[in-house]
Design a protein. Sequence first.
Length: 304
Amino acid sequence: MQTITCSAPGKIYLFGEHAVVYGESAICCAVDLRTQVRASLSDTIRISSVLGDTGLDHDRYPYVSSVIEKMSEMADIKGIKLRIDSDIPVGSGLGSSAAVTIATIQALNLLFGCGLGPEDIATLGHSIERRIQGAASPTDTYVSTMGGVVIVPVKKKLNIIDCGIVIGNTGKFSSTRQLVSNVALLKKNYPQIIDPILSTIGRISITGEELVIKQEYGSIGELMNINQGLLDAIGVSSPELADLIFAARSAGAYSAKITGAGGGGCMVALTQLPDVEKVASAITRAGGEAIITRITEHGVRVEH
Ligand code: MEV
């Protein structure tokens, strides 16, 4: 085999981002936005995407470069040509870094016969994300590898929820590393206040698990909106996110909240299926880029 193309999905959080960094429960879902990595055997290392064409480059391609280095410890990788294409906006809280990391690991795994299984891929992906971002929970890389709806840290797969998902991108870059460290500082300064907020977010996820199983979207929505209030309390909202969130709710969404690190990036709205266009238009009118998507069962896979 000379060339292989692998893809991995991005994700949204129903509940639990930030709290999950401290071991609380979260429910995260793979969405039908994917990053594709085409890998071909070569004599030299080349990485290309809309960001440009380069060799090993930890500034421009930190995740991909780290994957190549790490996997060179497992296989004799003399050279590799990688082409990256993605539907997932970068730095927007939708798990673009996890998706490119996981798709690259699987492409090299298959091309060089490293013998990694899904759990190994998720674990390696997490160690790379953690090294680059500082603190990172295993959630994004696990969901990108396995697909579906997952409650963490127990890593139990739940059923797919069959409702409309509308993402609103503020277009403002959001640094997960920065946001996670802002929350850490708040937690250090006000542990009596922040710790109970984080554990309440964890309890929202645990209560939400039962609602996901029963597909009770109205109640899932209520809990997502409460979760949003708590994310606001720990300082990860922004005026742009708030505008999109309230626009989506006013247009009839069950719920709308930040997804991912916040501070910019994306919000997500849960809607009845016939309402997706209406909610997407409201998000666009409020200044966001609306993306209508669905939850997907498909984690990392080979593309034919
Ligand atoms: C980022 O997508 C989610 C955070 O909880 C960070 C993490 O879990 O690594 C903010």
